[in-house]
Design a protein around this ligand. Structure first.
Ligand code: DAT
Ligand code: MG
Length: 140
């Protein structure tokens, strides 16, 4: 069944001029872009987006980083796109993310405080539906 996922080019990716490179990889893989919008996330939006991480030691610095500048919010579509984009993105820790992935090729650790890893991708159909509703409330 064709599905949709929520992808973010995070503030580090936008600042480094990598938005186009991420969109290029999504399209080169064969997925369709459904919606694309530049947005600066507020603390309130991030509390919903990162609900599962509230209370963890890195939560406050994660919110500080994620609200530090614009992100490019993207909805992409295709057969198994949720799993497919997670594979394109690579492992959470950019230092050891496999070469060939977005994080493995383009990201690295800059400080011990927060992991900056260029992209977010929904991790399940439930997360995708929830996150698309948060970032694109107008999208059916
Ligand atoms: P992912 O983005 O791969 O789904 P996640 O949902 O576990 O990873 O975490 C969300 C983000 O929070 C992640 O992209 C980077 C940051 N993060 C996760 N674990 C962290 C940690 N132990 N220390 C600092 N930042 C962390
Ligand atoms: Mg996650």
């Amino acid at each position: 069944m064709t599905e949709r996922t929520l992808i973010l080019v995070k503030p580090d990716g936008v600042k480094r001029g990598l938005s186009g490179e991420v969109l290029r990889r999504i399209e080169a893989k064969g997925y369709s872009l459904v919606a694309v919008e530049m947005r600066t996330a507020t603390e309130e939006l991030l509390a919903k987006h990162y609900e599962e991480h509230i209370g963890k030691p890195f939560y406050e610095s994660l919110v500080e980083f994620m609200s530090s500048g614009p992100s490019l919010a993207v909805v992409a579509e295709g057969e198994r796109v949720i799993e497919g984009f997670r594979s394109l993105a690579g492992a959470t820790d950019p230092t050891v993310a496999a070469p060939g992935t977005i994080r493995g090729d383009l990201a690295r650790q800059w400080s011990t405080k927060v992991i900056q890893n260029i992209v977010h991708g929904s991790d399940s159909p439930e997360s995708a539906a929830r996150e698309i509703a948060i970032w694109f409330p107008g999208l059916a």
